[in-house]
Every structure is written in structure tokens, then in C-alpha cells.
Design a protein around this ligand. Sequence first.
Ligand SMILES: Cc1ncc(C[n+]2csc(CCOP(=O)(O)OP(=O)(O)O)c2C)c(N)n1
Ligand SMILES: CC(=O)[C@@H](O)[C@H](O)COP(=O)(O)O
Ligand SMILES: [Mg+2]
Length: 638
Amino acid sequence: MGVLLKKIFSPQDLQQFNVKQLQDLATEVRETIIHTVAETGGHLAPNLGVVELTIAMHRVFNSAVDRIIWDVGHQSYVHKLLTGRWSQFHTLRQHGGISGFPKPEESIHDAFATGHSSTSISAALGLALARDLNGDKHSVVAVIGDGSMTGGMAFEAMNHAGHLKTNLIVILNDNEMSIAPNVGALSSYLSRLRTDPKYSKGKDEIAELLQKIPHGSKLLKVVDRLKDSLKYLVVPGMLFEELGFTYLGPVDGHDLKAVMTVLQQAKAANGPVLVHVLTQKGKGYQPAEQNPDRFHGVGSFDVATGEVKKSEGAPSYTEIFGKTLIKLAQKDEKIIAITAAMPGGTGLNPFAKEFPKRYYDVGIAEQHAITMAAGMATAGYRPVTAIYSTFLQRAYDQVLHDVCLQNLPVVFALDRGGLVGDDGPTHHGVFDIAFLRNIPNIVLMSPKDENELQHMLNTAIYYNGPVAVRYPRGNGEGVAMDEELQCLPIGKGEVLRKGEDVVLLAVGNLVAEALQAAEKLTSRGIEATVINARFMKPLDQDLILQYARRIKKVITLEEHVLMGGFGSAVLELFETEGLCDIKIKRLGIPDEFVEHGKQNILRANYGLTAEGIVEAVLGLEKEGKKVHRLKAVLGRRM
Ligand SMILES: Cc1ncc(C[n+]2csc(CCOP(=O)(O)OP(=O)(O)O)c2C)c(N)n1
Ligand SMILES: CC(=O)[C@@H](O)[C@H](O)COP(=O)(O)O
Ligand SMILES: [Mg+2]
């Protein structure tokens, strides 16, 4: 930790430094972030790109009073270091440590919690309107990346803010990258603003010229009248100006003085202002500059070489998904792959290379991705939308209204279903069973291992209606992979082990834990049946009822919230069938948001491990014995 950084206990402490010292501070901040993230993992490249911008912001604004909202929030490490958190920074993303995202519970300087993209301008406008209603005068600033600007919400908010005309500052951090290279017409527009000297120089030159000419002020009036036609030629950022924003920039985001100057101008301006800041993702660390995609969100790495520590073990579910989709697409030209700005994360990069014409990256636009897929499905294509479980939350209505209502064959490949680990509550994919299960027509399945995933994907693509396949973040079980892809019977589970004392009814990654638990239980004289339910919808009712009726003790297992999840579906089945003599225990996540931390720690905390399952079975056994004794006592008294 550098000497200057150690002097900063609040952003006000920045005022003691001159520009040279601020530049030195930027170097210290970069060093700290690189060395910390090399240990903890985290969002390296986005943070290295905003070091000068963040320092400048904290010089110009007072974040204890002014409100700063970081879009996505993955680039808020510099802000954390400058707002009294450097001494905790080594705990970044560790269980019980500081979060990788802004968190109001952590600091008064974190004005709004973020994690999902494109929310910052709406939140900022809300804060600005509240300020106006309260008669306050502070600044409200949203910092949004060029990738996050591709999300519809950002434009909904710009549209409204331009109409309301209240004071609001939007800083557009343009590094030409989303996680992968940014896509879309907006991205091309920003590129033109960045590179075309006609755009960036035109306005300044005209003003300068008018000042030099005699009777320039009269001419200015003429120009003013001509404004509407002329400005299209000379005013940079016309799109934003037309939306009602004053456009400032583009400015070099690594030139501290220039950024401070433009932020002062923005602070003094009336109405909504957009400050266009050009930055380089990964700035100051060569491996990240060269490979910003890889260093966007990264695990531990070697600082000297930039070598990322490879995860050992079986291939990830994501990899198997990507490979299987290619295998299927080689035989079927109707298969289309769609991602919302996550080609790497969802395993679609190899598909994009092999089938560039059947691959679409729509930007951070999950809603659009789903409805676009619905459109393609009506025309006979088989779109596979690969979206993280947590990000599909945003497209709920599109799933329901545009896909399921018309019973269209769209596949939802729900990656990161379950506890994702270090990203924490904004990213855990633990709500999907509940929010999808209640939609008519949809089929919902989850594989017990990577081999089953490939069969499920095949099944999903050739099912004539909407299907979601949910699979976890991380490695598979290391099982052998079948060569031939199968079509699984819809709504049929499988019995993996037989025992007459208790039924372990599991979905997804908990099937493996259930099998291990069953082995452990044997040594305690308890024999468990283990069922891989496979389908959360439709349930294999016959199979579940057959075992539940006979054994009468059931434990349901899911890496998902208990409310509305798989266990709830089983309870509903028992209620419908009038089964009231079954002892049932549901294991899953209670009604709370799960904090960040390694997946194994979180799973152990919620009893979603073989040991946790054993404990639950023993608890059920104990309860059973108590009830048995009570019945015997009552029986004697009667
Ligand atoms: C709704 C939603 N979809 C996808 C993501 C995943 N995601 C996180 S950061 C990011 C790229 C953001 O790009 P940009 O805003 O330009 O920020 P940069 O990383 O370039 O600084 C994406 C796609 C997300 N956080 N939220
Ligand atoms: C900030 C964000 O939303 C993504 O960068 C996310 O952190 C990716 O997570 P994975 O590491 O699971 O792909
Ligand atoms: Mg970007």
C-alpha cells in the first residue's frame, strides 16, 4: 500500500494533494488493485481504466453529500480505496469481507447498490428528483460504461431526464469494450465521436472563429438561428444533445487535469449533462491492456507474468454447453445462438467462430434477446438464448408474454443457476425455478452432471415449446461423456439408489451431494433412496408419489430459494394428492439474500452439502422418533 493512499481516510483528504501527487496516487492505486486482485480475483481491467476518472470525481464532488452511482458497480474499487476502505481492501470479495460492488451498508459513499447493468441513470434521476423536492442543491452523478449504455433502461432514463431538465450528470466511461468488444450502432456512433476530428473540433473552432471576427456577436445570433441545421454538422454528441443533455467531451480519461476541468464544467452547468470520457480498459497493467476481456473479471493470477491460475478438474458446465451446441448446430442449420454481451461467460465464443451467421451478441439487452429469439422461433428457427440465471430476471415478461404464451420453441440456457460465489447477492442465480415454474407451457430441467447437460440440451432443442435448462457455475462432476446425444423423456426422473428409510429427492448439482450423503448414512444404519428429479416442471409425479407413499420420509434438495422452488412444487403435489402423512423437509436457501463468498463456504452455511444432508436426515429421524413416542404415550392414555 503506497504512502499517499495511506493518508486518505475520506475523499476530502484528496484536497491536500497537487496534480503531481494525484498522479502518483493513481500509480499507487493501480499497484494496490493489481496486487490485491491477483490474490482475491475480481474485476481488474474495468477498475484500472477508471483510476484517474475516480480521483478526479472525488476531487470535484463530495461523495458524502453529492451522490455517485456506479453502473454495474464492478469498477468501484478505486472509489472504495478513496472512501476509507483501503485497510479492508485485502478482504475484497472474501466471505465476511468487503463486497466487489457498491453497497450502501458498507459506506455512506455508496449511494446505491448495483450489480446488474444499465440502472444508474434511472437511480440517479430518482435521487435528483428527491433532491429537488427536498430543496437541496447537491450534485447527482451516474457513471456508466459504453457497454451498459447498450441496455434499454439507460435510454429510458435518458429520455425521461432530458424531458425533466433537472440537474443531473451522466459520465459515459467509453473504453470501447463491454466484457467483450462492444457491439451495436451506438458503439459505432461513439467510435465516430472519438475519432472523427470533424466532430471533436468543429464546435470549438466555430466559437473561436466568431470571437476573432468583428461583429462576431451579431454573427453568433445568425448562427443561433441556423443552429438546427448547422449543429448536425458541427456539434459533437448530437444524439445526446437531441435527448436534452448538454454534451461535454470527448475528454482523455487518463489526463487528470482535463477530467477535473470538464467535471467542474459539468457541475456548474444547468440541466442534464453527459460527459464523454475516453479510457483504456486495463490501463497500466500490460497483460490487462492487451487482453481486457480476459482481465475483465479474473481469478487469481501471477502479477509478473499475467498468467491466470487455471481451475483444475473436470470441464465446466459452460464449456460442455458450448461444445454440445456446436455439435448440434453442425447437424442442424436452424440452430441459432444468442448472447446478451456474455459470449465468453456463456461459452459461446467457439460457436461464434464456427457459425458467425448463426450467432448474435445483442449487447446488454436481455429483454430484446428473448423477444428477438421468439420472433426467430415463429419463423422456424431454434434459438438458444444463453443467459445467466440472474440476468434473465430482467426479461421475465418477455419469457412469459413473448415466448411461453405462444408456446414457442425457445431454449433458455440458464448458466450460473445457483450460488455463484464471490460476486454475491446481485449475481446468485437462486430465483429462477420460482419465477419460471409458474409460467404455463414451460419445461424446466437441471442436469445432475455435465453428461446429462448435453442430453438435456439436445432434448430442449428438439422439444416443441419453451424449455429452460439450468446449470451451475463451475466444474462438472468429471463423469464420462456419452458420444451419442439422447432425447430424455420429458417429466421423467431416475432412481439412482434404493433404500427404505428416507427419500432424497434432488435436482441439479445436489444429486451428487445426495449420493455422497446416502453413503455416509449407510454407516449409521440408515438406507436412503436417491432420486434425480431431472425436471422441476413437469414433475415426475408417479415416481415421487410412489416412493413418498411407501417410505414416508422425504427430503428435497435444491440450490435455490425454498420459497416457490422445487421443494415447494413437491409440497404442492402432496397437497393435491391429499398426502398428509409424509414427513418432508426441504433443503435450500431461506428467505434472505445470500452474501458473497466462495461457493463451498456458502453451500456449507446453508447445509447444501453431503454433511448438511446427513444432518437433515438425522434431524428428521429424531423428529420421527419423538412423534412415534408421543403417539405411543397418547395411545396408552386413550
Ligand atoms: C443486466 C446485466 N447483464 C449482463 C451483465 C454482465 N456484465 C457485467 S459488466 C458487463 C460489461 C459492461 O461494460 P461497460 O459498461 O462498458 O463497462 P466496462 O467493464 O467496460 O468498464 C457485463 C455485460 C450485468 N452485470 N448485468
Ligand atoms: C460484473 C458482472 O456482472 C460480470 O462480470 C460477472 O462478474 C461475471 O461473472 P462470472 O465470473 O461468473 O462470469
Ligand atoms: Mg466499456
